[in-house]
Write a protein that binds this ligand. Sequence first.
Ligand SMILES: Cc1ncc(COP(=O)(O)O)c(C=O)c1O
Length: 280
Amino acid sequence: MTMQVFLNGQFVPEERAVVSVFDRGFLYGDGLFEGIRVSNGAPLRWAQHLARLQRGAAFLKIKIPFTPSELQNFAAQLLAQNNLRDAMLRVTLTRGIGARGYSPKGAEQPTVVMSLHPAPVVEPQKPPRWKLITATARVSANDPLTQFKTCNKLSHVLARAEADAAQADEALLLNSTGNIAEATSANVFCIKSGVVCTPGVAEGALPGITRGDVLEVCRKLGAPVAEEKISPAQLLAADGAFLTLSSWGIVEIAAVDGRELKSSPLLETLRAGFAKLPPG
Ligand SMILES: Cc1ncc(COP(=O)(O)O)c(C=O)c1O
């Protein structure tokens, strides 16, 4: 069955869902995206994903041509037209077409695309455990752009290719100071003596929506949290470590570069708390 795709206010079959070769998203990665889990017919954490997209758009000075509720209605229509209840929804926003050159002057009709993709099947009885490698590609610490899901994630692309070549499930990205920033599609957490630690956003971590959920679960449980620098050695020595991402939720880190990590019982508590969060 041909997928329907949302393109600038219209629903079109995927083969007709094409944008201009002069679109600045294509030319310069001048845009943003979101990856949203859809479960039981509804996009999860819609408001948080839209808020991150809006923050990114404000930073890049791209005017989103639809309101969040218009986009939400379009997303619901897209799910209905494709008859899907569980999927990954990708929202892409670019600055659209402009004159040749970096200047965004005159590019005033942003491109908006929404498309649906298969979602991973997470079996609660068989929670995922991933093997990671440490990528050679790095991200900059203290770079404001890392806070947004820009269409400009080439370090992440290279790191993911390294993971694929090593038959690993994911890659850890270090920042320019040698500490952990994040994984290519996930935030990194570790547990140290009962404290749930994750790199702060200034370390080059995307403020992940699932990261936010886990921090909220910790607050609800009264588990101490530290947003701090984490070195690769500290991660290896931790009592347990995990990744957070919208598509999979919480994923335990089984090993990094072939070195097995410990498994903390606190992870189960966090997983249970995460599962109990309201779906909204
Ligand atoms: C670079 C990066 N970091 C972290 C994440 C996790 O963020 P979220 O929980 O919002 O999916 C993602 C998600 O794809 C990502 O692309």
